[in-house]
Write a protein that binds this ligand. Structure first.
Ligand code: AHG
Ligand code: MN
Ligand code: MN
Length: 345
């Protein structure tokens, strides 16, 4: 007989049994993310069929990037789902210029804020290539029952209570951590459930994949240029040359490297000294997942999760993946690149 798989909802309830003091708020919060993920998954899956959900909307977000219709759709879906359950008092999103405070009358007991990239890799939508959603959850630092403040969102990544992503790929998966390992659930559309498929994911200590937009090579710091050349050298002991793999969706590139072993780099460039990726809703959640799976995440010189954020949409250079590979890349940065210290706690 076919073995029955545990659903995400059942798994969260089982995990909660380890914390008798838990009141189920985080469970309820994760349920709202799960629901929005299903709705966004449905829309993404018909992106080729339904013309009015493809393409740009002709506007740009606060960071000057083109907004796709599905960026805004996903933003609305996650925001609405999070507001409806009343466990979250405010959100911040790539698609919102400022943080959004939910009505304090409705959220007088809620302890959590969520930061998100509702659709990551959205330029891949129109060409049927994997995209994702990234989320990061913190306990608020301002008093419960009052409107949220910027300080609730500007917390270092090590304070995250939970983090995760959904990858809308050849299958759709939700991967999350609450600080007790990383667990992956594959969506079964026939029953409408995320089913436990990857419990306690561990990333290989080293790997043979490197992922970077090499088209920007000329603009990279010397440390990154030297590291790329190192990846391309022949060395049997470390199985070099490595293979280059780059999708252009952080979630998908990270997910592949997490399973197979590898490194993903989005470094500073001459035109973007802080890189491209956003600390709070791209790098921090991915960094927490990487560490929980036994990997590492760095800005090239130190731990991502120790950076003290100063702005909601702050960018940071990002090196993430198998620990031995990130350490080697850091050693090239130390040896060949200089570093203006980001604020660290
Ligand atoms: P988003 O779609 O949320 O703006 O993120 C896109 C990001 C990231 O997912 C990806 O790894 C990176 O941009 C790709 O950038 P390049 O096209 O510069 O390589
Ligand atoms: Mn993104
Ligand atoms: Mn995005």
């Amino acid at each position: 007989m076919e073995q029955r798989m545990m659903t995400l909802g059942e798994y969260i309830v089982k995990q909660q049994a380890h914390y008798p003091e838990a009141k189920g708020e985080l469970t309820s919060l994760l349920s709202s993310i799960r629901l929005a993920a299903k709705v966004v998954n449905r829309e993404i899956n018909k992106a080729g069929l339904v013309a009015d959900i493809q393409g740009g909307v002709g506007s740009t977000n606060v960071q000057g990037e083109d907004q796709q219709k599905l960026d805004l759709y996903a933003n609305e879906q996650f925001k609405a789902a999070l507001e409806a359950r009343r466990e979250v008092c405010g959100i911040a999103s790539e698609e919102e210029p400022d943080f959004v405070s939910f009505n304090p009358e409705h959220t007088s007991n809620s302890k959590y804020v969520v930061l998100m990239d509702p659709l990551d890799g959205s330029s891949n939508i129109d060409v049927n290539v994997s995209v994702g959603t990234i989320f990061s959850i913190y306990r608020r630092v301002s008093p419960v029952g009052t409107p949220v403040t910027l300080d609730d969102f500007l917390q270092p990544g090590r304070k995250q209570v939970a983090a995760g992503y959904i990858v809308y790929g050849s299958s759709t998966m939700l991967v999350y951590t609450t600080g007790q390992g990383v667990h992956g659930f594959t969506y079964d559309p026939s029953i409408g459930c995320f089913c436990l498929s990857h419990e306690n994911m561990r990333t290989p200590e080293t790997g043979t994949l490197y992922s970077i937009n090499e088209g920007n090579y000329i603009k990279f710091p010397d440390g990154v240029k030297k590291y790329i050349k190192y990846c391309q050298e022949r060395d049997d002991a470390t199985q070099r040359p490595y293979s280059a793999r780059y999708i252009g969706s952080l979630v998908s590139d990270f997910h592949r490297n997490l399973l197979k072993g590898g490194i993903y780099i989005y470094p500073s460039t001459a035109s973007a000294p802080q890189g491209k990726l956003r600390l709070l809703y791209e790098c921090n959640p991915i960094a927490m997942l990487a560490e929980q799976a036994g990997g590492k995440a760095s800005d090239g010189f130190g731990r991502i999760l120790d950076i003290e954020p100063t702005e909601l949409h702050q960018r940071v250079p990002f090196f993430v993946g198998s620990s031995a590979m990130v350490e080697t890349a850091e050693s090239f940065m130390r040896d060949y690149s200089s570093h203006e210290d980001p604020a660290r706690g």
